[in-house]
Design a protein around this ligand. Structure first.
Ligand code: ADP
Ligand code: 5GP
Length: 190
């Protein structure tokens, strides 16, 4: 089996983590989550080695120098996120496809790198206002961090057309059903 990549990208707050978690719960034997490395602090409830590999900035930059990342970004000022080559190889070796929850630049980067082996999905929130409400409702970021995410989101919404598919996330149930349809159709392609 040739391992494939299913990439969910969107501005923070659009709902990609929620959708990806649903897909993983429904298809554990088919897909596995690409655990990214990040230099941010773990949020309450997040587990090292499950949600992210939480590492120091020093270690992150050391691993960049050793060319261990397929892609990485300074997603927010001073905070790095990246996909380790070893992580993707680990999942493919299990005979599963890799699913990503990754920022817009990173998603486009992976799509450029892997071409038809990757499906790049942009998760579209109904509006910037709704996105801001969702971020506030999630309650995980300070007001300053929230503003940074909203400013970045405005720019990222303009990149939607560069993806293979735009997935509307207005009604969560509909979005999850459509995400599953897209996933299964892509995995059936040879
Ligand atoms: P992202 O991973 O894109 O940053 P999350 O999946 O964390 O986004 O979602 C942000 C917040 O919005 C979460 O609190 C989530 O429960 C909520 N959310 C996601 N999709 C919807 C939706 N369709 N309608 C209302 N709330 C949603
Ligand atoms: P959060 O701090 O909310 O978990 O994530 C912030 C942003 O970083 C999200 O858009 C998330 O998808 C993105 N992200 C997570 N992992 C990676 C990664 O490995 N590479 C890149 N480029 N972005 C990532």
């Amino acid at each position: 089996m040739e391992g494939k990549l299913i990439i969910f990208s969107a501005p923070s707050g659009a709902g990609k983590t929620t959708i990806v978690k649903r897909l993983l719960a429904k298809h554990p034997g088919k897909i596995s989550f690409s655990i990214s490395a990040s230099t941010r602090q773990a949020r309450a409830g997040e587990v090292n080695g499950k949600d992210y590999y939480f590492i120091s900035k020093e270690e992150f930059l050391h691993r960049v120098a050793k060319k261990e990342f397929i892609e990485f970004e300074e997603v927010y000022s001073g905070t790095f996120y990246g996909t380790l080559r070893a992580e993707v190889d680990r999942i493919w070796a299990l005979g599963r496809h890799v699913i990503f929850d990754i920022d817009v630049e990173g998603g486009l980067h992976l799509k450029r790198k892997f071409g038809d082996r990757a499906l790049a999905v942009f998760v579209q929130p109904p509006s910037l206002d709704v996105l801001a409400q969702r971020l506030r409702g999630r309650g995980t970021d300070s007001e300053e961090k929230l503003q940074e995410r909203i400013v970045k989101a405005e720019k990222e919404l303009g990149y939607a057309h560069r993806f293979d598919v735009i997935l509307q996330n207005d009604d969560l149930e509909k979005a999850c059903t459509e995400a599953e349809r897209l996933l299964l159709a892509f995995l059936q392609e040879t």
